[in-house]
Write a protein that binds this ligand. Structure first.
Ligand code: NAP
Length: 247
């Protein structure tokens, strides 16, 4: 039976590249999306036409009830093997001096609480202490956790700092339960997320600050995620893997 992986925010960007690579690696995939149902359904149809087993579920990761539904629907694919906590948001570039509580609440609810809630559901299914067979969780953090994103989105960077700490702590907490927990920290990757910050051309503006002098492709991040998920990374847990062109 194909191993089952849940990829949150799997309809586009890094998540969609991860879904595609996971299907080609033989996983059955449950992807979640929040708002872009059409993209999610097109991706599912495309992969299904190539023989992939893929399910798309609408679920806001910041909602405890919707996360529970996401995992319940994924159970229909078979026993869970892995989770990729990829869903994430950033908001319009601004200084901390101008940020209000509503914005901070949204960013931390999706990026941090959403990752905790999904990890909790995964642990319930994977933990050998709870009758599971073990498995792997990959959190999608960001190089922003090291760089701080001044003048753009310090709130987002801080939420990714929380994901790094979450990864380190959870990895130690569940290591003896057969679950590996790691993170990737992408740098400047060519996706639509930069447009949500109000600067679609951000990668072009900043790429000269990257030692490799270019932005990364979602597929390059997906490769790192799939490696961390796989048995090839069997002795890696609590690792924060930079995929950032040297920045
Ligand atoms: P993206 O293209 O904007 O995709 C974000 C994904 O998250 C979408 O699938 C979106 O679903 C989903 N999402 C957003 N809010 C959600 C919620 N409340 N519940 C469930 N899903 C939600 O961004 P991306 O660049 O691929 O980013 C993916 C991850 O990589 C994020 O965690 C991001 O912080 C991280 N990252 C990106 C970069 C970069 O340069 N691109 C760098 C470092 C880290 P809908 O489309 O349906 O709204």
């Amino acid at each position: 039976m194909a191993p089952v992986v849940i990829v949150t925010g799997g309809n586009r960007g890094i998540g969609a590249a991860t879904v595609r690579l996971a299907v080609s690696a033989g996983y059955a995939v449950c992807l979640s999306y929040r708002s872009h149902a059409e993209e999610a359904n097109e991706l599912v149809a495309d992969l299904a036409s190539q023989g992939g087993r893929v399910l798309a579920v609408s679920a806001d990761v910041a909602s405890e009830a919707e996360v529970a539904q996401l995992f319940a629907q994924a159970d229909s694919l078979g026993p869970l093997h892995a989770l990729v906590n990829n869903a994430g948001i950033l908001e319009t570039q601004m200084q901390v001096a101008d940020m209000d509580a509503a914005r901070l609440t949204r960013v931390f609810a999706v990026n941090v609480i959403g990752s905790f809630l999904c990890a909790r559901e995964a642990i319930h299914r994977l933990s050998t202490r709870r009758g599971g067979k073990g498995g792997s969780i990959v959190n999608v953090s960001s190089a922003a956790s090291r760089l701080g994103s001044p003048g753009e989105y310090v709130d987002y960077a801080a939420s990714k700092g929380a994901i790094d700490t979450f990864t380190l702590g959870l990895a130690k907490e569940v290591a003896a339960e057969g679950i590996r927990v790691n993170a990737v920290r992408p740098g400047l990757i060519e996706t639509a997320i930069h447009a949500s910050g109000g600067e679609p051309g951000r990668v072009s503006r900043l790429k000269s600050a990257v030692p490799m002098q270019r932005g990364g492709r979602p597929e390059e991040v997906a490769q790192a995620i799939l490696w961390l998920l796989s048995d090839a990374a069997s002795y890696c847990t609590g690792s924060l893997l930079d995929v950032s062109g040297g920045r």
